[in-house]
Write a protein that binds this ligand. Structure first.
Ligand SMILES: Nc1nc2c(ncn2[C@@H]2O[C@H](COP(=O)(O)OP(=O)(O)OP(=O)(O)O)[C@@H](O)[C@H]2O)c(=O)[nH]1
Ligand SMILES: [Mg+2]
Length: 425
């Protein structure tokens, strides 16, 4: 099937309302996804049914209605809200007579356009090929139909099958090749990660719905606490601005260090193949000590977005990492900010200084709650220990005594163990 999508083509979004509670919202989002893919959405068609028609997804009458609207409005593509089975897709294509794509194909297309790094590109390619694999006969039949002017007699079908077998083998080969390439890339990533793990610096990962403001928060934090000329990450008012994970080490004014990562945003019904393909990108989140879920507080569908984020995290196998909830973009609401509720809910605006102070405070409370206050007496001959602590611990008091430097410090458990012999009561 040809999934290439031209810019500004006219499309209709269509959906089947089987009583799902988030149906209306998912249709609004489908329209936004189409727009994110430079499509011009001219209409929306809904059908209420108990369950999809097994053969054609929509019922006969609805298909007629879609055909008529499409003809009247010069529509070239129909987009369905659900992922269609290979046979539904093929039948619907035949019935409607213009191109039909499903939500999955649309999301894959957006990801393919946005992918920047080699890793992201390969991951999207794998997901696209896997999506295409079971749908090959749809494409082959269409090709044959075109060649033979619509007829698909016995001989043609036979030729089609052989072609499908060949296509399938080529695609499978491609997938394994891409997988090997991805493994190579991941290996070097894994080495870097292992080094970080060893350094025992706590890590936090920004997660959440697409366009919630994760990258904006990441950039503000890099601005404040990053190494001065560190590169900022891409932030933009569009769906799926970020597809790659960025990781930065940040140092707070009291010398506490942590690693912050920013990664791909979620959307409802994120294709399974895509989640599978992006698992390695999401390892940063899977290994984090703390998840920072960013939510667009100004969006009327924030509840659904939180649900989707948590469902997607579970799908990746992340279900036991502590999480703080950051209700962002409060400047676009009438709510007061920055405010904090309990120890894990904050309402902020990424564009406001006091908000970032509060966010830092919350992150600190969670990441460094195992830090201890201690008093160390370091002999003058061990000056290197004092310089190490100057860089890695929060020294709150320094006194020079006859037998060495007496330091009051706030220190990580591992450093405390390391310098145990200097501890004095
Ligand atoms: N008004 C307002 N806009 C914000 C705030 N935070 C982020 N934005 C805007 O929201 C848009 C999306 O921000 P991003 O940081 O790119 O969102 P993201 O969560 O990284 O999105 P993806 O990478 O697609 O997952 C940008 O236009 C930001 O300028 C905020 O607190 N207030
Ligand atoms: Mg982003």
């Amino acid at each position: 099937m040809d999934t290439t999508i031209q810019a500004d083509e006219k499309v209709i979004v269509t959906g089947l309302d089987t009583g799902q509670e988030d149906y209306d919202y998912s249709m609004i989002e489908l329209k936004e996804l189409a727009q994110a893919n430079q499509m011009d959405v001219v209409d929306r068609v809904d059908q209420v049914l108990d369950r999809p028609n097994a053969a054609t997804y929509f019922g006969k009458g609805k298909i007629e209605e879609i055909k008529n609207i499409a003809a009247a409005e010069n529509v070239t593509t129909i987009i369905t809200n659900d992922e269609l089975s290979p046979s539904q897709l093929s039948n619907l294509n035949d019935e409607i007579g213009i191109r039909v794509i499903d939500r999955t194909a649309l999301i894959l297309e957006i990801f393919a356009k946005r992918a920047q790094t080699k890793e992201a590109k390969i991951q999207v390619q794998i997901a696209q090929l896997e999506y295409r694999l079971p749908r090959l006969h749809t494409a082959a039949n269409q090709r044959l139909d075109q060649q033979t002017g619509g007829g698909s007699g016995f001989t043609n079908r036979g030729a089609g099958e052989t072609q499908i077998e060949m296509d399938r083998r080529v695609i499978q080969k491609n997938i394994s090749h891409l997988r090997r390439e991805l493994k190579q890339i991941n290996k070097s990533e894994a080495t870097k990660r292992a080094l970080r793990d060893k350094s025992a610096i706590p890590t936090a990962a920004l997660v959440g719905y697409t366009n919630a403001g994760k990258s904006t928060i990441m950039n503000k934090m890099i601005d404040r606490y990053g190494i001065s000329k560190e590169k900022e990450v891409f932030e933009k008012d569009m769906l799926f601005a970020t597809l790659d994970t960025s990781v930065r080490q940040l140092t707070l004014p009291d010398q506490k260090r942590f690693i912050l990562s920013d990664t791909v945003g979620f959307v409802s019904k994120l294709p399974t193949h895509l989640i599978e393909a992006f698992k390695s990108t999401l390892t940063e989140a899977a290994k984090a000590d703390l998840l920072i879920q960013v939510i667009d507080y100004s969006d009327p569908h924030k509840e659904e977005m939180i649900k989707t984020t948590e469902k997607t995290l579970r799908q990746i196998g992340i279900d036991d990492i502590p999480m703080v909830y950051v209700f962002n973009k409060a400047d676009k609401t009438s709510y007061e900010f920055p405010t904090m509720e309990g120890d894990d809910h904050v309402v902020i605006s990424a564009k406001n200084k006091e908000s970032l102070d509060l966010l830092t405070k919350v992150i600190k409370q969670h990441l460094f709650n195992n830090y201890r206050d201690a008093q160390l007496l370091v002999p003058f001959t061990d000056g290197h220990v004092v310089s190490y602590l100057n860089e890695h611990a929060n020294i709150t008091n320094t006194e020079y005594q006859n037998d060495g430097t007496l330091l009051k410090v706030e220190i990580s458990p591992s450093d405390l163990q390391r310098f145990e012999k200097y501890v004095v009561e």
